[in-house]
Design a protein. Structure first.
Length: 486
């Protein structure tokens, strides 16, 4: 009995202390439209499964407007579907840090560009930005073409077969692109160096910890089935990256002058930063890992989604095929100049990234008090969840047919009418995706190679798919694609 009383008293004191510390946020919650305002319980009671998150959030936006307050467990959260609020948050120096919901990512990757806070992030971003300049990326075009050719070859064995879930082909291809541009090596499928299965274990563990936050407590996660596979996967990734770092350090030491043929692979650039005492070797390891994690699942998801939309809308696929054939009728490698001459390719890709964005939510935390565009006061510690998905489906910005696939949404005339913040698959503002241009080149080159050779069809309908917001976007039932030769 005494034990129960002691436990109850400790819990009461802890809860009171917690609520007192969050008092400014609780007060803010009452000044805004809110749903599920009871701390610790909050909005979770309205969501019974992952497949309901989008639907329930949608209903809240319809009912409460484009910004509302809720609690997700112990986290007070402001959900946003308004472009002006999104712009205020994403351009504020006080909102550089990601919200605490990304803590499992920090546990997985360590402190890298994706997870760093404020001043440290500024320094790393400044050092890494030049690795993603247009000039650097143009140096990757032969890698993009090579992995796209391999993807196209691997598609051959699916020609004429029944429609199926082909996502594994894209995961392999985009992993090869990511590792070759980051580490200078394609880590062959099935070999000891193949990192795809290892990264897939990491992603599954990450998802488990995000959805079931108690598994973020190291002791509890030890009892989960993924604990041992995750430990092994992290070790293999670390050892592989470390051996590549050593290889590249030695290579750099043995080289006498700059090699004009040298590829601007990320690990080499990061080692140069380490030699200039701007990075530690740990930074080289963590940032190389971060780039691969940031790159491969997002691009694999984006290309599958683009092909699904084109497979449903074969008239758009045929129009794209005609554009590709007009610009490059011969069997040649895709260049930057070719891509510049294919506006419909951009429109079709953008439209699929609008409706099915690979990253659906963008979290931010206020590191100090600040004001939104309309002077709303936001106290330090407030956490935002900007819904890229809901902004990009909002009828307010995209018209009555916002849920339908129509590449004309991206005609120059229509783009000029909208806020740039209505379309942000790579986010916007101070901390947007560093790989946005890299991703576009890799995706466009792969699409050109595939659409030139194959025709994709599907019986699935965009309006019926149930979307699940895992780390990258997922489907409840993955749309299957059928492949035929052109
Ligand atoms: C279709 C593909 C991609 C999508 C949809 C995507 C989307 C995003 C989004 C929404 C963010 C969050 C930005 C924010 O917090 O405001 C982000 C960050 C990031 N992305 Fe991407 N990304 C893609 C491809 C890539 C690629 C190819 C790379 C690397 C080669 C990459 C590396 C990163 C990194 C390192 C960050 C963290 C940037 C920072 O915090 O400074 N991403 N990405």
């Amino acid at each position: 009995m005494i034990l129960v009383l002691v436990a109850f008293s400790v819990a009461t004191v802890a809860t009171t202390f917690f609520l007192w510390r969050k008092r400014h946020l609780i007060k803010l919650g009452f000044t805004m439209p809110h749903k599920g305002w009871i701390p610790f319980v909050g909005g979770v009671v309205y969501i019974k499964g992952m497949d309901e998150i989008i639907e329930v959030t949608n209903k809240c936006f319809e009912e409460l407007g484009d910004m509302f307050f809720t609690w997700i467990g112990p986290v007070p959260l402001i959900l946003v579907r308004d472009v002006e609020v999104a712009e205020s948050v994403l351009t504020s120096q006080k909102c550089i840090s990601k919200a605490g919901v990304l803590d499992p990512l920090t546990n997985l990757l360590g402190e890298g560009l994706l997870t760093m806070r404020d001043s440290l992030w500024h320094t790393h971003r400044k050092y890494i930005n030049p690795c993603f300049s247009l000039n650097m990326l143009l140096g990757f075009f032969d890698i993009y073409n090579k992995t796209a050719n391999e993807l196209s070859d691997s598609m051959e064995s699916h020609v004429g077969k029944e429609a199926s879930d082909l996502r594994f082909l894209f995961a392999r291809s985009m992993m090869n692109t990511a590792t070759e541009t980051t580490m200078g090596k394609t880590l062959e499928a099935g070999s000891k160096l193949d990192l795809l299965p290892q990264y897939q274990v990491c992603m599954r563990a990450l998802m488990t910890q995000m959805v079931r936050p108690w598994y973020q407590i190291g002791f509890l996660f030890k009892f989960h089935d993924l604990y041992k596979p995750l430990k092994t996967a992290k070790l293999i990734i670390k050892n592989t990256i470390n051996s590549l770092i050593e290889e590249n350090i030695n290579e750099n030491d043995n080289n006498n002058g700059p090699d004009p043929e040298e590829k601007p692979i990320f690990i080499k650039q990061a080692i140069k930063l380490a030699k200039a005492n701007k990075f530690t070797l740990d930074d080289v390891d963590i940032e190389s890992n971060t780039i691969v994690v940031g790159a491969f699942e997002t691009t694999a998801t984006a290309i599958y989604n683009a092909l699904f939309c084109l497979a449903e809308h074969t008239e758009c696929q045929d129009k794209l095929y005609e554009e590709i054939m007009a610009v490059m009728p011969d069997d040649v490698e895709v260049t930057y100049e070719h891509l510049k001459d294919m506006p419909y390719l951009s429109m079709a890709l953008n439209e699929s990234m609008r409706l099915l964005p690979a990253v659906m939510f963008n979290p931010r935390e206020a590191s100090g008090d600040f004001h939104l565009h309309d002077s709303t006061y936001i106290p330090k510690g407030a956490q935002f969840m900007i819904s890229i998905y809901h902004i990009q489906r909002s009828k307010k910005y995209w018209g009555p047919k916002a849920d339908e696939y129509d590449p004309e949404q991206f005609s120059a005339e229509n783009v000029a009418k909208r806020s740039p913040y209505a379309f942000m698959p790579f986010s916007k503002g101070l901390r947007n995706c560093i790989g946005w241009r890299y991703a576009q080149f890799a995706l466009k080159i792969a699409l050109v190679k595939l659409i030139k050779k194959y025709k994709f069809t599907t019986e699935h309908k965009l309006k019926n798919v149930v979307i699940i917001p895992t780390i990258t976007m997922n489907f409840k039932d993955v749309p299957k694609l059928k492949v035929t030769l052109r």
